[in-house]
Design a protein around this ligand. Structure first.
Ligand code: SF4
Length: 474
């Protein structure tokens, strides 16, 4: 651990230059435009080995214009995604304790100068009411999402403790991820908690000029501080890190190459594999002028293609869908690369209990985020496996990320049966009669896909679940 006081500005700038070397990325993009169809096909052949892509290979694929080659890219991404994740889709819900923010990002309705927004900050009791509703619904994994509220680590710790204080036994929150603004090494050490999982910081855009244009003066205007947030976390001992882009904030071709370069940097410097990549699209919102510019809207076809290229570049990183998408598009995304879904693309304090004021959301979706059962029903109906398993995630994930267990083994030996067991618990404890048949059908299909030895063990655990035992693990 390097205390923040010992990390100089010059050091942060050196790290930032290693993460995102603008000249190098632009050179890779220029070279990528010259790539032949053979070069694209060679990359796709190599990608099937599940070793990922270099930034230069990413630059070639993301700029491919031929519709025939783009179809081949989508097709290869589906193959790689199937190898890495099967048909499992992880599910988690956002909790937004506050909509206060000292920053003024031009694309965000929570920006400090949006006077239309009613600002609010949940107390521990209020957050517990929301979490109780989520637990009753069947959620086990949450993510705390805040802007730059400057409420500090004590408030975040109070929120985490409040969330952990709800429920007991199997009906409790088993994992809480954090999507918060960058913290120092010391703050991140203070924030460590057994239930806390991934630390997400989205760069929004890696392109310095586009970043500067969207971020008026405020803490988030410091591009270097944001870019090195994961360095601070790694040095504070965090191994579970999430990257993210706001699609529409900058040139997506540049951003994808930079994101892959960032992932490689974290692996090279700290031995860490990026756990998740989140890909929200900019959506028009009142009070957020940049979000209303038509050229910033990423259409469905481009979005799907971006997901495919990232899936090939980072085969074992979870790709998170946390942006509105139509049902047909979701289906394509789940098959091509998305492995996790946040159940509300927009949320605000009090949204679950209906105590909140929709004016506090400031976004398009007014009302409660999608009910969990609807999502689960839809996924099963389409042949996907909703994954509520957090147990094996917590126990084995670190081994996988540190390299002592191959991600592919983690997927087949732990995640596939874990998803079946968690789905069975959901079926018995939460599902209505309408959903039960389709969920049971999914369980049986997934069981049939398991290797014989693992299937036998899974069947034993399923019997235990039927007898009332919970938190079963292989
Ligand atoms: S993007 Fe985050 S930091 Fe920027 S205004 Fe919105 S909540 Fe604040």
């Amino acid at each position: 651990v390097s205390p923040s006081s010992q990390i100089t500005r010059a050091q942060l700038e050196r790290w930032a230059a290693s993460i995102c070397d603008v000249a190098q990325i632009e050179a890779a993009l220029a070279a990528g435009q010259e790539a032949t169809p053979e070069a694209v096909r060679d990359i796709l052949f190599a990608a099937r080995a599940m070793e990922g892509l270099s930034p230069a290979q990413t630059a070639i694929l993301i700029q491919t214009q031929s519709s025939e080659l783009r179809t081949e890219i989508l097709h290869t991404a589906r193959h790689v995604h199937q190898q890495a994740y099967g048909r499992r889709i992880g599910l988690f819900a956002p909790v937004c304790p506050t909509n206060r923010c000292v920053d003024d990002c031009l694309y965000c309705p929570l920006r400090r100068s949006n006077a239309m927004l009613r600002r609010t900050m949940a107390s521990p009791n209020e957050i517990q009411k929301e979490v109780k509703d989520l637990l009753d619904e069947g959620h086990r994994r949450l993510i705390i999402v805040t802007g730059n509220s400057r409420s500090g680590v004590p408030y975040l710790r109070d929120m985490i403790e409040a969330i952990c204080g709800v429920g007991q036994g199997p009906r409790r929150v088993q994992r809480v991820d954090l999507n918060i603004d960058p913290l120092s090494c010391e703050e991140l050490q203070e924030l460590k908690h057994p239930v806390v999982g991934t630390y997400h910081v989205y760069q929004e855009t890696y392109h310095p000029a586009h970043y500067a244009a969207l971020h008026p003066p405020g803490p988030k205007a410091d591009y270097v501080a944001r870019l090195t947030a994961h360095d601070q976390a790694a040095r504070a001992g965090w191994s579970d890190l999430g990257l993210g882009l706001l699609l529409g904030a900058g040139p997506y071709e540049f951003d994808l190459v930079a994101l892959v370069s960032h992932a490689q940097y974290l692996h090279r410097e700290y031995g860490l594999r990026v756990h998740t990549v989140s890909l929200p699209r900019m959506i028009p919102a009142k009070g957020a002028p940049a979000s209303q510019e038509p050229q910033r809207q990423i259409d469905d076809e481009t979005f799907l293609f971006i997901v495919a290229v990232i899936r090939l570049a980072l085969p074992f990183s979870g790709l998170v869908l946390n942006t509105p998408a139509s049902t047909p598009l979701r289906r394509e995304l789940y098959a091509t690369g998305i492995s996790e879904v946040m159940t509300g693309a927009s949320s605000y304090p009090g949204v679950y209990t209906a105590d909140g004021d929709p004016q506090a959301g400031g976004k398009l979706i007014i009302g409660r985020p999608r009910p969990l059962e609807t999502l689960i029903y839809r996924m099963c109906e389409f042949g996907f496996v909703p994954n509520l398993c957090t147990a094996c995630y917590g126990r084995h994930r670190r081994e996988a990320w540190s390299g002592s267990i191959a991600p592919r083994d983690l997927s087949s030996e732990f995640c596939a049966p874990g998803a079946v067991l968690a789905l069975k618990e959901y079926l018995i404890d939460h599902a209505s009669a309408v959903s039960q048949p389709v969920i049971e059908h999914t369980i049986q299909q997934e069981l049939a896909r398991l290797p014989k030895e693992i299937r036998t063990k899974t069947l034993e655990r399923l019997e235990e679940i039927e007898a009332g035992i919970r938190d079963s693990l292989l």
